[in-house]
Design a protein around this ligand. Sequence first.
Ligand code: ADP
Length: 531
Amino acid sequence: MTASAPLPPGVSAADFNQALKEFAGVVGHDWVLTSEEDRHTYLDAFAPGDADKHACSAALAPTTAEEVQALVKIANRHRIPLWPVSTGRNLAYGGSAPVLRGSVVLDLKRMNRVLEVNNELGYALVEPGVNFFDLFEALQAQGGKLWISTPAPGWGSVIGNALEHGVGYTPYGVNANSICGMEVVLANGDVVRTGMGGVNPGGQEWQVFKYGYGPVWDLMFTQSNFGVVTKMGIWLLPEPEAVANFAISLPDMGDLPVMVDTLRPLRLDDTINAPYTITNPYRSIMDPMSAQGKTRSTIYKGPGCMPLDFVEQTLRSRGEGMWNVGFNLFDSDKGLDLREAKIRAAFDKVPGAKVKTMRWHRGEPLAGWMRVSPVLFPLAGVDWYGGPGGHINYAPVVAPIGSRIAEVYDMVYRRYVEFGFDCYCGFLNIGGRAIVVNPCTFFNREDAEMTRRARELARVLYKDGAAKGFGDYRAHISFMDDVADMYGYNDHAARRLGDKVKDALDPNGILAPGKQGLWGSAQRVHKGKPA
Ligand code: ADP
């Protein structure tokens, strides 16, 4: 251990060193990572402030569920908090870094086997370290008959993304919906298989039926700190006959409500059978520039939020509208014809709407726009204000009613102007019906004043949203308590329930204390300190 490494709170240096020895007995000395250089790789690369506030004391990299079991038992004996990550690419939400400074990162990326691809039954069984590229390659090696629902960007783990309620862009949408059967190591070292995985001896049913017998546990292990997921089944989309891309543009700044209200019934009756993303005018300018590696100064040099007039003129000079929506549909060619006719008929009623489409047919090479093969480009925007950059996302869930979405957007836009940031905003159709209004604040991490402003903007938006009755669906490690505070019904009954489950499963609070605002009795004293 180097002098600058933090200790887990409440643990003496002697106890910590003893625990490290015991951990090494399980994973080997090489995989107990304590050097400054190693620990540095677990800092939040996009930290909205001092990354050291969420520094880990060490990291452990096991290769099997049995090793994970042994590690949690040692952690329990020494009261050492563990922060599990699959690949730790949870960028904008904290990367690999723990909420509680001094926690030990339990890095599962060496557990990286695709255990099964089943073309007949339409699923894969994966370990935590499998990222979207690995799974894509494994599926291609089996003939490419099954497709994944890749998030943007695609370098994170399949399990990490599903556990955090990440979204893909096929009809399967939110990857947590596609989870079918998990293996989980509990805080006491016990290992459970959920659903049909509990049948002993099991057969071919673990990954085909989500409900098993009795309570369904799988989703309880998502966005929580109740266990370490060591295997997960995921349903995959059988390759369709055809895919159509839609790019629909509306001309005027006031067109956001009509965009939302036109899309809603089409999504509700499944004419639009996969998630859509609406982009605001700032995003429509910034995304293409970032994709070419261009930063803000190449188009605008003034301070503050780029003026709306300038943004409007820039888009108009390119013949583009102010509000754009994109989505892909998956069906037979004939099915797509019917869907397209309905969508065109709906947007024909909106003045100035332009609808562009393109199609892919089975047998043709996969195209980038299909978002079926993983890509990395969406990360390019972080250096918008020069680098090294970072970004913070605000992500309230809003019902897809035009006036309501416009109200939230207006609230967001005013704050971006007030805090002096370009108002980059997407509207992500998540979970079939809702829209996550998703403004993203880019900042230059070398600029302490800008970083502070970005952090303050996030806190103000959480408060504004909560006052209007909105809650976020996900949070950065620095803001997990702020977002948990939004869910205040009946004196925070939801958090009290979470804490009760936490205390029952993990009385010493060794798994990811503070995650999603769940501290449990043993670690609650650390809430709010020191970050
Ligand atoms: P990705 O690399 O896919 O972006 P991470 O590996 O960073 O995702 O995981 C995101 C978050 O999900 C982690 O910070 C952690 O809280 C939780 N998590 C990830 N993998 C596991 C796991 N196998 N078991 C329990 N929690 C996990």
